[in-house]
Design a protein around this ligand. Structure first.
Ligand code: SF4
Length: 215
């Protein structure tokens, strides 16, 4: 399935990069995470572009399909041991990447999340720590943007949670048996407005969090 950007070449133009990002954005915003995983969108180079469009909670959701989550390999396989000679670690990490990461369906999501978290101490997404650090530097502007979007989505989520709590509070006030009719009428209107506000915040959060129509 991962063929929509297969024509990418080292000498590609800025326009073609924009096209690729646009295609990746479209796919990320219209497919559910489960579909992205099932269709192999989060594996290779194309996956890297799509993973960049996803919010951190979506990346974490994708990782529930990972080899690390489902097969639970030994965590030590992914880290250089204290005092371990570089040559031994190099051999060991190649084996880890081959045995686990090369068959993992969400390699791109794994690497993207590690980069967003600046988590570069071990193997992530099949990449050695040195490669992760290189990408961390090379992709700093994109990662800064992605982190800002993650933060915005988290704020939108807090706002919608607060709006839902406000509705519950107003509903309790409205339902109280001793509330005079005049106050009840005011509360009824306030509840309607709060529901409307909550619905707007839900829509804003869905957009910021990258929820698709199907999600
Ligand atoms: S890509 Fe490698 S490190 Fe990441 S979840 Fe998969 S197996 Fe684990």
């Amino acid at each position: 399935m991962n063929t929509m950007m297969a024509a990418r070449t080292p000498a590609r133009s800025r326009n073609s990069q924009l096209d690729e990002d646009g295609i990746a954005q479209h796919i990320a915003s219209t497919e559910t995470i489960d579909n992205l995983v099932a269709d192999g969108y989060l594996v290779r180079h194309d996956g890297r572009l799509i993973a960049r469009q996803l919010r951190a909670p979506q990346l974490r959701q994708a990782l529930t399909h990972s080899v690390c989550h489902t097969a639970r390999p030994d965590v030590d396989d992914f880290y250089q041991a204290d005092g371990e000679p570089d040559a031994d670690w190099s051999r060991r990490r190649a084996g880890t990447a081959r045995s686990h990461c090369s068959v993992c369906p969400v390699r791109a999501a794994c690497a993207e999340l590690a980069l967003r978290d600046s988590d570069t101490d071990g193997i992530r997404g099949g990449l050695a720590p040195e490669k992760l650090r290189t990408r961390l530097l090379a992709e700093a502007p994109e990662l800064t943007r992605a982190r800002a979007q993650d933060q915005r989505a988290a704020q939108e989520q807090q706002a919608r949670i607060a709006a839902s709590a406000e509705i519950q509070l107003l509903a309790r006030q409205y339902l109280g048996g001793s509330i005079p009719e005049k106050t009840r009428e005011k509360n009824r209107q306030a509840i309607g407005e709060a529901v409307h506000r909550r619905d707007e915040l839900v829509a804003a959060h869905r957009l910021a969090a990258g929820w698709t129509q199907a999600a």
